[in-house]
Design a protein around this ligand. Structure first.
Ligand SMILES: Nc1ncnc2c1ncn2[C@@H]1O[C@H](COP(=O)(O)OP(=O)(O)OP(=O)(O)O)[C@@H](O)[C@H]1O
Length: 219
């Protein structure tokens, strides 16, 4: 089954000189891609386009057999809920819910909130099990980041998009997280796309793209 295929993608924010153009970019099934580049280069924008959170002006994004571009917002949301895991740069946790509730939240939207073995295994590996019943508001930044990663993986998505997933972690936990994400991708044949500033991670991602090569500030 095919992985991710981006073709002839054009994007601009209304009223902004920033332009993103990607002629072609592919991630094989079970493959990993790192999006690199300085602050403001367009990494998050490309990640959001690839995951269907925003629509391009033209061009296509295909995840597996599904062409995302052209789907309605509701169709893209349904596809995201079942097939995509997202780790947001700001984690997007709900502070008034516990760690457990945050991790299981996407499952609730899918119509079931059972505490699965997968959730508990992720909690152990990501060292958030001791915080399981705490409110998200009571966590450190690194703990919040690991909760966001558990939430993105709990439904075992085929496509995983992670925006700076190690930015708030110490070196030991950065290793745990990268190992976990790449191991998950290999074992499940899932595509992994991460945004990172961390040049130490480049050797771990033989396939990487410099996003500034796709962008300009002229029309
Ligand atoms: N909603 C928006 N409306 C207009 N311009 C935006 C919007 N979001 C981002 N931009 C601009 O688009 C460009 C790319 O932003 P983006 O967030 O993709 O960069 P980035 O490489 O992820 O940056 P960082 O590493 O700082 O997170 C920047 O110039 C930014 O100011």
């Amino acid at each position: 089954m095919p992985g991710i295929t981006v073709s002839n993608l054009h994007f601009a924010y209304p009223g902004s000189p920033f332009r993103l153009r990607v002629e072609g970019l592919e991630v094989a099934e079970g493959g990993s891609l790192a999006l690199l580049g300085p602050s403001g280069a367009g990494k998050t924008t490309l990640l959001r386009l690839m995951s269907g959170l925003v629509e391009p002006e033209k061009g296509t994004v295909k995840l597996g057999d599904q062409t995302l571009t052209g789907l309605s917002e509701a169709q893209r949301r349904a596809f995201r809920l079942s097939q995509i895991g997202l780790v947001f740069q700001d984690f997007a946790l709900l502070d008034y819910l516990t760690v457990e509730e945050n991790v299981l939240l996407p499952q609730r939207f899918r119509g079931g909130a059972a505490l699965s073995e997968v959730a508990l295994e992720l909690a152990e590996k990501l060292e958030i099990r001791p915080h399981w019943k705490k409110l998200a508001s009571q966590l450190s930044q690194g703990e919040r980041q690991r909760v966001a990663i558990a939430r993105a993986l709990v439904h075992q998505p085929r496509f995983l998009f992670a925006d700076e997933p190690t930015a708030s972690l110490d070196a030991k936990r950065r290793e745990i997280v990268i190992e976990l994400l790449q191991d998950y991708s290999r074992k499940h044949g899932a595509c992994l796309v991460i945004v990172t500033h961390d040049t130490d991670l480049i050797p771990r991602f033989p396939q990487h793209a410099r996003v500034e090569d796709f962008t300009s500030s002229s029309s």
